[in-house]
Design a protein around this ligand. Structure first.
Ligand code: AMP
Ligand code: MG
Length: 403
């Protein structure tokens, strides 16, 4: 008897290989231009230069007076320094003259520092004096300080590359893009990702649950994760465990860049997603050397890339975090190095991603690590990365992926 032929596709790939396979199936990301106010959560498609300097002129960081530091060095509360007020500089309306020895001008936050002055004394450290002759003077209770002067271009200078392609436009980065002078920003076109849950027992929340059924949590969790990755989601709902129903659902994904499914890819008789891809589609790999999430399968169906995630709620979300998110965003998972407060066991044949709780700067085992225990993901702060065969002892440093 001849042994069965080995499969015509890779089995038991590493996490890195799985990520690379998926990345290779995704289309090149072209750029589009959007108004900066509409760009929250988008990804910059090219570097952004400063079109102006900020501050655009040397200015005051405080309300007070601008003076020559050298005139004020002896000022104390008991021996104040007296300066003559010769004018005012306010934001948008600079003082036109020059500050000479013994003089100062009143100045306000963001107002240009007048020529001659090099230091600021805040209004809280001033006393007013109005002598008979009508001249205006102030008494400084402490020296004026150059530290309260904001130099021209201290934040950024015209022509400087301030933001990099690939950066996600968070609120502070959007504000910065506007400050650089950009009314429009170049962003990567969003990938369209179709999403399908599978399983005869899976029902949408909002209707009564019969014995043996389970609410469709994967659709909701994966949808939210896809939005975090700046993708357009094409929700396909859920399909029962039948090859015909699955085919019909996949056909509704036409036009998407990739289809993510959950369920039906493991070793069971009713795992038809697996059969469909292996028997009638194309397979890039089946099974990843990781836990949770081992049964994942990547393939294609009529030119559409299809990534079949396992149905277990923890597995599908962990595979998303560890493989799908980095492939979609082009960024490796963000890891932190933390001290382990408890041991984390290693698996001999695969990497483990245990749920961990961060407390006081170290990470401890959440305890319940079953891939059906969705609370372990929602209660945990991080996935603790335990490479194949490398057990972690309490006190060791470990990499964690923040959830
Ligand atoms: P499967 O991968 O299809 O064998 O499913 C593994 C486990 O995950 C089973 O207990 C399913 O009931 C559960 N499951 C599958 N799909 C979902 C889903 N969309 N939401 C919640 N649980 C699911
Ligand atoms: Mg199933």
């Amino acid at each position: 008897m001849t042994p069965p032929a080995p499969p015509a596709f890779p089995m038991h790939v590493s996490v890195d290989e799985a990520r690379a396979h998926l990345g290779a199936l995704l289309p090149e990301r072209t750029a589009e231009t959007v108004p900066v106010a509409d760009a929250a959560g988008r990804t910059l498609a090219s570097d952004l230069l400063a079109l102006v300097s900020h501050p655009s002129a040397t200015e005051s960081a405080l309300d007070g007076i601008a003076a020559r530091e050298a005139d004020t060095l002896t000022a104390t509360a008991t021996t104040p320094v007296r300066l003559r007020v010769v004018g005012e500089s306010r934001a948008g309306v600079p003082f036109t003259g020059r500050v000479e020895a013994g003089e100062c001008v009143r100045i306000y936050t963001g107002a240009p520092l007048p020529p001659g002055a090099d230091a600021i004394c805040p209004v809280e450290q001033l006393d007013e004096e109005r002598p008979e002759d009508g001249g205006e003077h102030v008494l400084l209770r402490r020296p004026a300080s150059p530290a309260d002067v904001r130099p021209e271009g201290g934040d950024f200078r015209t022509g400087e590359v301030v933001m990099r392609a690939g950066q996600r436009l968070t609120a502070p980065r959007l504000a910065l893009a506007a400050a650089l002078g950009h009314a429009q920003v170049p962003v990567r076109r969003r990938l369209r990702v179709a999403l399908l849950s599978t399983g005869d027992e899976v029902v949408p929340p909002g209707q009564p649950l019969l014995a043996g059924q389970v609410y469709d949590s994967n659709s909701v969790g994966l949808h939210a994760m896809l939005r975090e990755c700046d993708c357009d989601v094409v929700p396909l709902g859920h399909a029962p465990d039948s090859p015909q129903a699955l085919q019909a659902a996949i056909d509704r994904a036409g036009g998407a860049d990739v289809l993510l499914t959950s369920g039906g890819v493991s070793m069971g008789k009713y795992d038809f997603m697996r059969d469909l891809l292996i028997e009638q589609g194309r397979v890039s790999f089946w099974k990843v050397r990781m836990r949770p999430g081992g049964p994942a399968i990547l393939g294609g169906w009529n030119g559409l890339p299809v990534f079949g995630l396992p149905g277990n709620p923890v597995s599908s979300l962990v595979v998303f975090q560890v493989i799908v998110r980095p492939a979609l965003t082009g960024q490796p998972p963000q890891t932190l190095r933390l001290r382990a407060a408890t041991p984390f066991r290693a698996l001999g044949d695969r990497a483990a991603f245990w749920r961990g709780v961060i407390e006081g700067g170290s990470v401890r085992d959440y305890g319940q690590q079953g891939s059906g225990v969705l609370r372990s993901l929602s209660d945990a702060d991080a996935l603790v990365v335990v490479p194949q065969g490398q057990a972690v002892q309490a006190g060791d440093d470990v990499d964690v992926i923040l959830l």
